[in-house]
Design a protein around this ligand. Structure first.
Ligand code: NAD
Length: 359
């Protein structure tokens, strides 16, 4: 089936080696085993226990990084190791002539990222980051509303993800490994926001939380202001026993909400203001017309069908980009923009105030 689909498209599979066989490396391995774009050549992990585990699953475990990079059969490597090692491994693999996918966050600073781009340019090999949450159906529903214009011009989007288990107790708690939730979930949500609102960012305000961990942020509240006045709000929380909606969108002709990533997007489109006919409603302290709920005479309420999504399109695109048949979906410009927002968020939290930017 995989080969047939490739033959129909007149393409060959690329050989992939996965570096780091932990949680996410395991995902890439399983994904590759079902892919019609890549063939799994093997894995490399510094931990012998992880290599033995791979072998026990019938997966080739290389005996060193050098062996992976020296294997002429390997076309691309995916780097799925803690965040502080992405730069070093990506540059080494690019210099060895491999195309490289880095897990997110691509790295920890704009300077690091520039060095990675330089290595990619010098080697003439492709380099990208695995922004797999571009295929999340909740994000795709928001994209549909923004692009269709069905609710008019969108002027504010709030994007939140809430858990209640604190920050994971692995390297994500440690600053030297690039821990913290801004680098972890934040990078996905910021990437999505910058695609929904591509305008220049003029102001960044960020506040970290440290409820379960003093060393790194276990959550954050980030407000982005765009040229022209649109605003985007990104929040990650790991101590929320009741969660707020995953997405909340305001547009000139209505609103949309996704309560939870498993649920469809609810939209409300305003048909009439009919201000004169509004019946006041009773609150504990008196009557209000301003906050009176809407009815079917003035609004249409509907749900969007869950968008189609196939996460295999990430590898398909990258392999086609290697062959010069497509542009890579996650571009260097987009990667740098996200990194600049992250740096500005750190600066804003440290300064305790919003900062003016041009991103
Ligand atoms: P993990 O701790 O489960 O696994 C990391 C693995 O890397 C371990 O097996 C470790 O032995 C190995 N390792 C460490 N240093 C190495 C080196 N120098 N060379 C080879 N192997 C090395 O961590 P994880 O949850 O798999 O996270 C790995 C990366 O994947 C992180 O960058 C993380 O942000 C990212 N990630 C992405 C997603 C996503 O949805 N895109 C989800 C989870 C994690």
């Amino acid at each position: 089936m995989r080969l047939q689909r490739l033959k129909e498209r007149n393409e060959t599979m690329k050989n992939l080696a996965v570096i780091g066989y932990g949680g996410m490396g395991g995902w890439h391995v399983q994904h590759a085993q079902k892919s019609d774009a890549v063939h799994l050549a093997g894995i490399w992990d510094i931990d012998a226990v992880r290599r033995e585990l791979a072998q026990s699953h019938g997966i080739r475990a290389y005996s060193s990084l050098q062996e992976v990079l020296g294997d002429p059969q390997v076309d691309l490597v995916t780097i799925a190791v803690p965040n502080d090692v992405h730069r070093e491994l990506a540059v080494t693999a690019l210099q060895a002539g491999k195309n490289v996918i880095s897990e997110k966050p691509v790295t920890l600073s704009c300077d690091d990222l520039s060095a990675m781009f330089a290595a990619s340019d010098e080697a003439g090999k492709l380099f990208t980051v695995h922004q797999n949450r571009r295929w999340d159906v909740d994000y795709l529903a928001m994209q549909q509303i923004c692009n269709s214009g069905e609710l008019g011009e969108v002027f504010r989007i709030e994007s939140r993800i809430h858990g209640s288990r604190g920050i994971p107790s692995d390297w994500r708690r440690e600053k030297e490994h690039g821990g913290g939730m801004l680098y972890d979930w934040g990078v996905h949500l910021i990437d999505q926001m910058l695609l929904l609102f591509p305008d220049e960012i003029t102001r960044v305000s960020c506040e970290f939380t440290h409820i379960t961990e003093p060393a790194v942020d276990d959550g954050f509240r980030l407000e982005l202001t765009f040229a022209g006045g649109k605003t985007g709000y990104v929040e990650v929380g790991t101590y929320n026993f009741l969660d707020l909606p995953r997405f909340y969108l305001q547009a000139k002709k209505g609103s949309a909400r996704i309560r939870d990533w498993r649920e469809p997007c609810e939209a409300v489109r305003c048909k009439h203001w009919k201000e004169s006919d509004v019946l006041p409603v009773q609150t504990a302290a008196g009557l209000t017309k301003t906050m009176a709920p809407r009815d079917s005479v003035t609004v249409d309420c509907y749900e969007l069908p869950i968008p189609h999504s196939d996460v295999h399109d990430f590898y398909r695109n990258f392999c086609r980009a290697i062959d010069g048949k497509e542009q890579q979906i996650v571009t260097h410009g987009q990667m740098m923009r996200v990194m600049r927002v992250i740096e500005a968020a750190f600066a804003s939290d440290a300064a305790g105030q919003a900062i003016a930017v041009s991103i």
